[in-house]
Design a protein around this ligand. Structure first.
Ligand code: AMP
Ligand code: MG
Length: 529
């Protein structure tokens, strides 16, 4: 622990808030406010990620030490840590919301690991900051467990994401009205230590643009490029470098969202303050996983009416968010055409990446259309019809693709897809269409000439068997709230290898049971966390 080496460029190179203290305030012409985590009553380690520990040079003995729980609850600072809360703004549900900032997140510092990589350590739920507005700066166990678990699961799934080192119980209670229905109750509190090269968001730039604070805006852009986009250092013209940087943000965002669509992840709150400048999935709140394939589904009850952030809308929302970022950086870039090219690049990269990943999901390697780059080919139709079928048949997305990998055109396997359906009537109604689709698919596979076993293996490498389904997360939370961490530990182990079938892993692979269909925490989540 003592060996952690810090190099805190964010606070050393960017302008900070001259005022100190936790009191809530507007912060002008500053990227951060220095603030220490507020100690909690009884820190206790609930879970940790050995992979993230390894990134930082921390092992099992470190993680089990008293000091670890204290440091990652916010009760103790290590030499070299310089805590701060970042100032940012954001568009929330389509509207400019003004100053937001780290209301309950506190960065401890930037670690440089043995490989020379930079990893920022940030506590979430560490107490009030100048950006806490009306809230308490704390987080409940249920939402902290969800963030800890899902960010690690996403990493193992191959989706760009922030990471999580630890989940520490605070021994304190936090009062939340989970469904916003006038029934607040005390819940156990927790702190997650998130880890990423940077937590800078689109909203970090928007705040300065909105206030006309152009010199800070320029400073932050150039800082971000210099620290977090070192591959752009070769571009010596600063104006061009900023253009390249925006393009790179667009490209990475496109890749991230294409992966969300591949694995069935719904972020739930794609506000611009929740969009990482590194193209990482960030701020796990009322997110959810697609069970039955429904592009209109959103887990977030706060968004139940408009469904702005529903599954199928995510690619378009990311584009809208990039457009806000383009507006924000315009005063420094001053090149409309270049920014528009970046936005167009987003669409191109998204389309290409999405098509590539969907073909992989289907186990298709060769192009029959001769138009791999364009839309409207035979494979596009095959995929489009499949999506319609999955939706109308109310089929489980994850299970369907695993069964499809096992589907052998040469050997009819009756009932292969039976348990993929949520509803017997829908299964009956879809049977004919599924059969016809499988025939087309089988014919298409013939053109591939790939051995069944090889295709199956390839498909299972991109179609996960284990994803952090909402009802499973709720079961892990229910157990953890009674002090039983075994469910979380076992599940975390399974999620380390989401593409590989594991002995006694069935309980983590099943489709959503009926009781969970409309249960809070399983298919309905609020922002209350
Ligand atoms: P989110 O929707 O979780 O991304 O949060 C939006 C804003 O509200 C961010 O500025 C958060 O820091 C802030 N926020 C959310 N929950 C709390 C809380 N319990 N205490 C203080 N600030 C919070
Ligand atoms: Mg947020």
């Amino acid at each position: 622990m003592r060996e952690l080496k810090f190099d805190n460029r964010f606070v050393h190179e960017l302008p900070g808030d001259p005022e100190s203290g936790r009191h809530v305030r507007p912060v002008h012409e500053a990227c951060y406010s220095r603030v220490d985590p507020l100690p909690v009553r009884a820190p206790a380690l609930l879970a940790w990620s050995r992979e993230v520990g390894e990134l930082l040079g921390l092992d099992e003995a470190d993680a089990r030490s008293r000091e670890f729980a204290e440091v990652f609850a916010g009760n103790r600072l290590l030499p070299g840590m310089e805590p701060y809360a970042a100032c940012y703004g954001g568009h929330q549900f389509g509207n400019w919301a003004g100053q937001l900032g780290d209301g309950r997140a506190i960065t401890l510092g930037e670690v440089i690991n043995r490989r020379g990589e930079r990893w920022e350590l940030q506590l979430k739920g560490a107490g009030p900051t100048p950006y806490s507005r009306h809230a308490d700066g704390r987080a409940v166990l249920r939402s902290s467990l969800r963030e800890f678990l899902c960010s690690e699961a996403m990493h193992h799934l191959g989706v760009p994401t922030t990471r999580a080192l630890s989940l520490v119980g605070t021994g304190e209670e936090v009062v939340r009205d989970m469904l916003y229905d006038g029934h607040p109750r005390p819940e156990p509190g927790a702190v997650v230590c998130r880890v990423a090269p940077s937590f800078i968001r689109f909203g970090s730039f928007e705040i300065f643009a909105s206030r006309g604070e152009e010199s800070v805006l320029e400073h932050l852009i150039d800082f971000t490029i210099a620290r977090d986009f070192r591959e752009l250092a070769g571009e010596t013209d600063p104006a061009l470098r900023r253009v390249r940087w925006f393009e790179e943000v667009c490209r990475r965002t496109a890749v991230m969202v294409a992966h969300w669509m591949r694995v069935g992840f719904v972020h739930g709150v794609m506000n611009t303050d929740n969009m990482s400048i590194l193209g990482l999935t960030i701020d796990y709140g009322p997110y959810g996983w697609i069970d039955d394939f429904d592009p209109d589904w959103t887990p977030n009850t706060t968004d139940a009416f408009h469904r702005r952030y529903r599954f199928g809308e995510q690619p378009r929302i990311a584009h809208w968010n990039l457009w806000q970022l383009a507006n924000a950086i315009y005063p420094v870039v001053r090149d409309v055409d270049a920014l528009e090219r970046g936005l167009a690049l987003y669409a191109e990269v998204y389309e290409a990446e999405h098509r590539r990943l969907m073909r992989e999901k289907l186990g298709l390697t060769r192009s029959v259309d001769g138009n791999e780059g364009g839309a409207g080919g035979a494979d596009e139709a095959l995929l489009g019809d499949l999506h319609r079928l999955l939706r109308e048949g109310e089929m489980d997305m994850t299970l369907f693709f695993r069964r499809l990998a096992a589907f052998d055109p040469a050997a009819v396997q009756p009932g292969l897809f039976d348990d993929v359906f949520y509803d017997a009537a829908r299964r009956e109604a879809s049977a004919g269409e599924l059969e016809r689709w499988l025939q087309r698919y089988a014919a298409r596979l013939e053109g591939e000439g790939v051995a069944q076993a090889l295709r199956s293996e390839r498909m299972n490498r991109v179609n996960p068997l284990y994803v952090p389904r909402n009802y499973l997360a709720q079961q892990a939370i229910d157990a953890a709230e009674t002090g039983d961490l075994s469910v979380l530990e076992r599940w975390l182990e399974v999620l380390r290898h989401p593409y590989t079938e594991q002995p006694d892993g069935e309980r983590f692979a099943g489709k959503r049971p009926d009781w969970a269909r409309d249960k809070p925490g399983c298919s309905m989540l609020s922002c209350s966390s």
